[in-house]
Write a protein that binds this ligand. Structure first.
Ligand code: NAP
Ligand code: FE
Length: 366
């Protein structure tokens, strides 16, 4: 058994300002990588700028990261980073800017290489990365993964390099500007990480601690989320500060879980659905969770996982998720391509502890 969790994680209100020194020590000039709007609205970008100013550390901002970031955008940000001579990268936002920050840090550290190195298995240097999450879903602030959109292949894939953030600064107050749909979709992503890590070939009793803790956190807030869906207003009007804290903790814990095991079939199946239909990541993954649990061969493990979440069985879980997420219709054509793609994806299949066949996989669509 092995456990390795190298990221220095702080989680508290005012986290960025409280740990400005740990941030500034990463280099002399930072590239701040963020999306177009949300980090300005929720105060996270301002906090990072302020923290760096306090420490007398220079920075430059790249704020054009799109959802499901593409290789092209990563390369555009790399140009700015090289031109500005930055020596560390700070990702601020949801999983998209945080993942992009890792890939950008790798590309800046290897200025003579082109984008092909992202998907080549080779040893490469990388600039230090700090992450400031503003969604509670991906856990990218603690994972070594960076998932990019590959337009040439009409899908998404994690880059071949493991880039552990040096520092994660987690402040749940940034979640309060989230829309109901973003909050729910991202929570389901974290839930999928916990489940796919628990029911994984690489799971062992050390790394399962993360999933168990995260699933219990989910059990505590799952009724609040459903109330929020039923009420339909802004999450900040319905959820308490404690629930926002628990969501952030659940997401980071889920990130620690998949750091050790990676994800499994629901994630693999979700990527073409996101690419072709524009379904947000967490919602696309959530479509496949009930089928994954229903047809999983290790029934006792499924019972244990559902027990941690306080669900009586798969049916109970499915009804909950249907109400929380809503349903998505996937066309026969896309579904056929999706199943074929997964059956050819050894990296994902090997994380499933049993043999998987096409016939069973077809049943995952509801
Ligand atoms: P996201 O794509 O980063 O952001 C989704 C939307 O939410 C964007 O419009 C963003 O706006 C907005 N947003 C972010 N924070 C907000 C806030 N606090 N208030 C209001 N709006 C906010 O969403 P995500 O689900 O966090 O990340 C998904 C990506 O992460 C996918 O590419 C997925 O494949 C990847 N992922 C990575 C890992 C990993 O281990 N590295 C794991 C799972 C998923 P702006 O664009 O204006 O910022
Ligand atoms: Fe995910």
């Amino acid at each position: 058994m092995q456990i390795y969790m190298p990221t220095n994680v702080y989680s508290e209100n005012n986290c960025v300002m409280n740990h400005s020194k740990e941030l500034a020590v990463l280099g002399s000039k930072a590239l701040l990588v963020t999306g177009r709007h949300s980090s300005q609205a929720n105060g996270s970008l301002e906090d990072v700028k302020h923290a760096l100013q306090e420490e007398g550390t220079a920075y430059v901002i790249f704020d054009k990261i799109e959802e499901n970031p593409s290789i092209e955008t990563v390369m555009q940000a790399r140009e700015l980073g090289i031109q500005e001579n930055v020596d560390f990268v700070v990702g601020i936002g949801g999983g998209s800017p945080m993942d992009a920050a890792k890939a950008i840090a790798l590309m800046i550290a290897n200025p003579r290489e082109d984008e092909r190195i992202l998907y080549e298995a080779c040893e490469l240097g990388c600039l230090p990365v700090a992450e400031v999450p503003t969604t509670a879903g991906t856990g990218s602030e603690v994972t070594p993964y960076a998932i990019l959109t590959i337009h040439a292949r009409r899908t998404k894939q994690s880059i071949s390099h493991r880039i552990y953030p040096a520092l994660a600064l987690i402040d749940s107050r940034y979640l309060k500007t989230e829309s109901l749909n973003t909050l729910i979709n991202t929570t389901v992503d974290a839930l999928a990480h916990l489940i796919e890590s628990y029911l994984n070939t690489n799971a062992n009793s050390y790394n399962r601690m993360y999933s168990e803790k995260g699933l219990r956190l989910f059990a505590e807030i799952k009724d609040d989320l459903l109330q929020c869906r039923r009420f339909g207003g802004e999450p900040k009007q319905t959820l308490s500060d404690d629930v926002f804290d628990q969501l952030m903790q659940m997401s980071a814990t889920a990130g620690m879980a998949i750091t050790h095991t990676s994800t499994s079939l629901p994630h693999g199946l979700s990527y073409p659905v996101t690419y072709e239909m524009g379904v947000p990541h967490g919602k696309a993954v959530g479509i496949f969770l009930p089928g994954f649990l229903k047809f999983y061969q290790g029934k006792e493990d499924v019972r244990l996982a559902l027990g941690q979440m306080c669900f009586a069985g798969v049916q109970d879980f499915t009804e909950y998720l249907d109400e929380l997420l809503g349903k998505v219709e996937i066309s026969d054509d896309l579904w056929k391509k999706d199943v074929e793609m997964i059956m050819g994806n050894q990296a994902k299949l090997k994380n499933y502890p049993f043999a998987m066949d096409e016939e069973t996989l077809y049943k995952f669509r509801r």
